[in-house]
Design a protein around this ligand. Structure first.
Ligand code: UDP
Length: 143
């Protein structure tokens, strides 16, 4: 199976709960490696651009406010089937529907403050990784 990269964000609610390490540990235990990582506070402009696809949704303004409400941890995860594997570890968007043992089931409070983001396709993964990281900030782990 191909080695893929995906973008993961530990969102402000999970950072505030002090579970950065627990979440990263789940990625590592599932065989994903951290190829890039930084902690940052998104600007309003960055949050609006990152979630631009949702611009017309009723939850867009609240989503932007939430994403800029505190620091986030942005990472590139690398490994076999990384995009789908990360989505599986995350669980459903709504934590009430997320499978037991998933990150959202364990750490998310609501459908909006839902602990993590993960790219949903190879195309969005490439775009989202380039949104946050330059090539020389990403360290291949599976040479
Ligand atoms: N979101 C929200 N209300 C909704 C649906 C989504 O606030 O009814 C937020 C939530 O933080 C979610 C993000 O918008 O993670 C992006 O939504 P998407 O449907 O892409 O879900 P994801 O890919 O994050 O599971």
């Amino acid at each position: 199976m191909a080695i893929e990269r995906t973008l993961s964000i530990i969102k402000p609610d999970a950072v505030a709960k002090n579970v950065i390490g627990e979440i990263i540990s789940r990625f590592e235990k599932a065989g994903l490696c951290i190829a890039a990582l930084k902690m940052m506070k998104l600007t309003r402009q960055q949050a609006e651009a990152f979630y631009g696809v949702h611009r017309d949704k009723p939850f867009f303004d609240d989503l932007v406010e939430y994403m800029i409400s505190g620091p986030v941890v942005v990472q590139v995860l690398e490994g076999e089937n990384a995009i789908a594997k990360n989505r599986e570890l995350m669980g459903a968007t709504n934590p009430k529907e997320a499978a037991p043992g998933t990150i959202r089931a364990d750490f998310a409070d609501s459908i909006d403050a839902n602990a993590v983001h993960g790219s949903d396709s190879p195309e969005t993964a490439a775009q989202e990784i380039a949104f946050f990281f330059k090539d020389d900030e990403i360290f291949p782990r599976f040479d």
